[in-house]
Design a protein around this ligand. Structure first.
Ligand SMILES: [Zn+2]
Length: 303
């Protein structure tokens, strides 16, 4: 499998879900092995789309460096990952990625318009050395080694419009585009006042989120189980911060951005440790081989 970038630059603008401020993003091709990199227009600061760049994961995933921040990167990251784009330059003029319709669908359309081009470098998927679990009680995520990437998600909520929603998915580009990218973010009307007081959901409206009142959704749903689909979309976006695809089965229950990022960091530690352990094993084997040569040489000399 080869790496991909986009064919030509494309841009879009809109209001940020949390900041309520208008921002413009411009996506441009990037060289092989560059990865996904955000570039802040006002400061020129470069922020790699990696877990190490995450500075806040409360309600949305925020990346930053040296005090410069870009909020709510997860739906754009999900679209980039879902369409198999490995290298991309994302210039951001504003504090937050535009919410657009609250899903990844408009980003998918934008990337499709940009076109995709294959690069010469290969994709190097990550292999998980051991199962990992983060969280506890009713909120946890577990990841286990597997042949193919797969997500199984359980969402429990006592709101009558949500209830218990369970879905298992082995992502393909087509199923991503048709069944997951259009799933929108959601919020509860009763939380809106407090969220806005805390600087959240200031750009939120019925145009970019499913709003849940006491009895049900105030706007129509795109899927009967749109809520769990959106949680899985968020997970895809946050897992893209690994920088490489992973061969593993992710099993989640009531996760969120904070747990997603905790998982990504734990996977990175495990993969790093495994790589270090493999190097140590190779070094030990090499030492043993040299020792054997050293030991056998005098023996041979006595023949
Ligand atoms: Zn989301």
């Amino acid at each position: 499998m080869r790496q991909h970038t986009i064919r030509k630059p494309v841009g879009i603008e809109g209001v940020g879900l949390h900041s309520g401020k208008v921002a413009r993003i411009t996506l441009a091709p990037a060289p092989a092995d560059a990865g996904i990199v955000f570039r802040v227009r006002s400061t020129g600061e470069r922020i790699p789309a990696r877990a190490e760049s995450v500075v806040n994961s409360h309600y949305a995933t925020t990346v930053g460096v040296n005090g410069t921040r870009i909020q709510t990167v997860e739906h754009l990251m999900a679209a980039v990952s879902g369409l198999g784009i490995d290298n991309l330059d994302i210039e951001v003029d504003g504090p937050e990625i535009p919410a657009l319709d609250g899903s990844a669908k408009p980003f998918v359309a934008l990337l499709a318009f940009a076109g995709r081009v294959q690069q010469s470098a290969r994709i190097r998927p990550l292999t998980l050395p051991c199962p990992i679990r983060v969280g506890g009680g009713g909120r946890w995520i577990q990841i286990v080694p597997a042949e193919r990437f797969r997500i199984t998600y359980t969402l429990d909520n006592d709101h009558p419009a949500i209830g218990t929603q369970v879905l298992s998915w082995t992502p393909s580009e087509r199923s991503f585009v048709e069944e997951f990218a259009p799933a929108r973010t959601y919020g509860f009307l009763k939380d809106l006042g407090l969220m806005r007081k805390n600087g959240l959901a200031r750009g939120g409206s019925l145009d970019n989120a499913i709003v849940l009142g006491n009895r049900g959704a105030l706007n129509g749903l795109r899927y009967r189980d749109e809520f769990v689909r959106h949680k899985m979309l968020d997970l895809v976006g946050d897992l893209a911060l690994l920088g490489r695809p992973i061969r593993a089965h992710v099993i989640a229950r009531n996760g969120g951005h904070a747990l997603n990022i905790e998982l990504v960091l734990a996977v990175q530690r495990a993969v790093g440790l495994e790589r270090r352990a493999a190097l140590e094993v190779a070094a030990a084997a090499e030492n043993a081989r040299r020792r054997e040569e050293f030991v056998t040489a005098p023996g041979l000399a006595t023949i």
